[in-house]
Design a protein around this ligand. Structure first.
Ligand code: NI
Length: 387
């Protein structure tokens, strides 16, 4: 049997795992049950297990022949969302749901571990299975790297099931795939007073409003039109009462882009606009800028090997082009530690209702796409190691 056929033959098992993880979702840094179950299943397959990054799991499979090391990665955390799907395997944990497909990622990587452990003697080198916690807050990957999960790794593959892509299709083109994700907070300080006598105070609400508007000129006037970028202020807070001058406003937002140089210059640009705009209204602004994840950029050589694996498994038509995504992924850190590729595996099927947006309370995956991810993980590992 080839890898595609083996993946089909264990589909039932992979679906069972996925449903089990779906029923028992755990929030970021609380993936205790998930991590324990993953470790248990890997041990049953004869794979060496190291626990790291609090709840994370690293599986190590040494092949029968010497060679390179390849890493395959799945993320394990769920979201604080109340599931609205009426399915037999509905979340049993109130207010928590696998609404991003990470339950499928864990199940597919276990499936790949099962396939690869069965062909261990023929594997040239070592396969690492990275089951990382805390993807949703972009902390788990860094922690796994710090604790050695990526040491000596020659290439890494991450898979994200994707509802915006039709089931059976895979997108893994080289170059930027997911955006940088940084967080900003601006505190605008003025001076309170009576709402009828604004000249006696300093209105932080007006200054903050001007800052929001001026920040919008970054993308339209300061960044190249050929360079996609986003500056969003999603939260503003301030004031006490309709007739009281607002003395302080806090603004919170995010920036997104694909250009590593622009990522570095965002904090300076935002600080310049916030401080100078505030000053022109006699107010003051302080900026806290938190660097989140870098952009996910697929390595051209690794993307090519992965594309070869897709063709081998499902033919030329399976690999499709998909527009890059403004969302972020902490897989970006793994791509900084070794050349990597993030593959989007389509799970969208309108008849099955699996084309709902990620993080939505009705998000679900097309389980027929699970063997696709399972086989891709395994085939990529074999192909990379045998080159
Ligand atoms: Ni996700």
């Amino acid at each position: 049997m080839n890898i595609r056929e083996i993946a089909e033959s264990i589909k039932g098992q992979v679906i069972d795992w996925r449903r089990e993880f779906h029923e028992n979702p755990e929030l970021t840094w609380e993936e205790v049950r998930t991590g324990n179950r993953v470790a248990e299943e890997l041990e049953k397959m004869g794979i060496e297990v190291k626990r790291m990054a609090k709840t994370g799991v690293l599986g190590i499979l040494k092949g029968g022949k010497p060679g390179k090391t390849v890493a395959l990665r799945a993320d394990m955390d769920a979201l604080p969302v109340t599931e609205a799907n009426d399915v037999p395997y509905k979340s049993k944990n109130a207010g928590i749901m696998h609404a991003c497909g990470h339950d499928g990622h864990v199940a597919m990587l276990l499936g790949a571990a099962k396939i690869l452990s069965g062909m261990k003697d023929d594997i040239k080198g070592t396969v690492r299975f990275i089951f990382q916690p805390a993807e949703e807050i972009a902390q788990g990957a860094i922690k796994m790297i710090e604790e050695g999960a990526m040491d000596g790794v020659g290439a890494v593959l991450g898979i994200h099931l994707w509802s915006g892509l039709p089931s059976g299709k895979i997108s893994l083109e080289p170059g930027p795939r997911m955006a940088s994700t940084d967080i900003l907070k601006i505190t605008v300080k003025g001076k309170g007073g009576h709402g009828s006598m604004p000249h006696q105070g300093i209105d932080a609400a007006v200054a903050a409003s001007a800052i929001i508007m001026n920040l919008q000129s970054i993308v339209s006037r300061e960044v190249s039109p050929l360079d996609p970028a986003v500056v969003t202020i999603g939260k503003l807070n301030g004031g006490f009462r309709w007739n009281v001058l607002c003395s302080e406003v806090t603004l919170e937002g995010t920036t997104r882009c694909f250009n590593p140089d622009l990522v570095k210059s965002f904090p300076t640009i935002i600080e310049r606009i916030a401080k100078n705009t505030a000053a022109s209204y006699r107010a003051q602004a302080e900026v806290e800028y938190t660097v989140g994840t870098p952009p996910v950029i697929n390595d051209p050589a690794i993307s090519k090997i992965c594309c070869g694996a897709v063709e081998k498994l499902y033919g030329k038509d399976a690999a499709v082009e998909m527009e890059k995504v403004m969302g972020g992924e902490d897989f970006a850190f793994l791509c900084e530690a070794a050349p990597g590729v993030m593959a989007f595996v389509g799970t969208g099927n309108s008849e099955k209702g699996t084309d709902v947006a990620h993080h939505h309370e009705r998000f679900n995956i097309d389980e027929d796409s699970l063997p696709v991810g399972t086989s891709l993980y395994a085939q990529f590992a074999v192909d990379f190691l045998s080159q």
